[in-house]
Design a protein around this ligand. Structure first.
Ligand SMILES: Nc1ncnc2c1ncn2[C@@H]1O[C@H](COP(=O)(O)OP(=O)(O)OP(=O)(O)O)[C@@H](O)[C@H]1O
Ligand SMILES: [Mg+2]
Length: 276
């Protein structure tokens, strides 16, 4: 399970991208993170796996504190987090198979490491994983020959090859048409269920966020302003997330910010804002 507490990031430019965001993601749940452009969604995911260095707070994965790790320990911890990106981050001139295997290297890939590393086991498993994401028969295609949907499937295959403990997904569907987007979301939630791992997805399309998530988190201006069940994301809540509207006194359950592991019990900092 992922447990993030009071995560902060101030870029050297002075931009306060995260102003203390806490979030738990557990079991095999799918959590969608929504919010306007610049809310801090990508920064959040990047701070979790330390592609970006947080300036405060704590990130624990399965009880291991990720902040403060370096070298081999950080590499190992990152292998436990499968990252999937909007722009796929494939190596264009390599084949589908080579791109998928590059996931075994974690985030530090060199050609030498690449050549030395792969045992027959890895390759056999890569075939399996490619079959699973629907790319059987495409192993030897170059990445630059694929459609957007296929490219994202390669990204997903690469992420799951390393048997991660969680999937961190940043805008997986932004470059895809609606039908392909749904196929990708289907695949991600299927993996969560079958591999029994949680998935955290940053996503712009609110409809998809609601349809596929077990829980929705709304970020605005570096703060968590909503957390709840998808049906609670009504117009009031959306107004709060996307337009910074205050929640009216006596509003129903919508827009309620609750602690993830203790629904209805704790009033978080954000909850306090609600009554002001
Ligand atoms: N490398 C960076 N250096 C300085 N500021 C940055 C950097 N990356 C992001 N920011 C700033 O941090 C804030 C949050 O950006 P972030 O990319 O996390 O938002 P986002 O919610 O992912 O937005 P989008 O929906 O457009 O992807 C913004 O104000 C952005 O300008
Ligand atoms: Mg982003």
């Amino acid at each position: 399970m992922l447990s993030v507490t009071d995560l902060q990031k101030t870029y050297s430019s002075g931009d306060e991208a995260l102003k203390g965001v806490s979030l738990d993601v557990t079991g095999n749940e799918t959590v969608s993170m929504i919010g306007p452009s610049g809310a801090g969604k990508s920064t959040f995911i990047r701070c979790v796996n330390r592609l970006t260095e947080p300036t405060g707070g704590s990130v624990e994965l399965d009880g291991l504190e990720i902040t403060g790790l370096s070298g081999g320990e950080l590499r190992d911890a990152r292998r436990d987090m499968g990252m999937i990106f909007q722009e796929y981050n494939l190596i264009e001139r390599l084949t589908v198979m080579e791109n998928v295997l590059s996931g075994r290297l974690g985030y530090v890939s060199t050609w030498d490491a690449f050549r030395r590393k792969f045992a027959g086991d890895d390759i056999a498993r890569a075939y399996e994983v490619l079959d699973r994401v629907g790319l059987k028969g495409h192993e030897d295609n170059r990445a630059d020959e694929l459609s957007g949907g296929q490219r994202q499937r390669v990204g997903i295959a690469r992420a799951i090859l390393q048997r991660p403990k969680i999937l961190l997904v940043d805008e997986p569907t932004s470059s895809l048409d609606p039908e392909t987007s749904r196929a990708v979301m289907d695949l991600l939630t299927e993996i969560a269920a079958e591999d029994d791992i949680p998935v955290l997805i940053n996503i712009h399309e609110v409809d998809l966020a609601v349809e596929y998530a077990d829980r929705v988190v709304g970020l605005r201006d570096g703060q968590k302003v909503f957390e709840g069940d998808p049906p609670d994301l009504d117009e009031t809540a959306k107004g709060q997330i996307y337009r910074g509207e205050e929640i009216p006194e006596g509003a129903g359950p919508a827009g309620k910010v609750v602690a993830a592991d203790a629904p209805g019990e704790a009033v978080t900092e954000e909850g306090d804002l609600r009554s002001t």
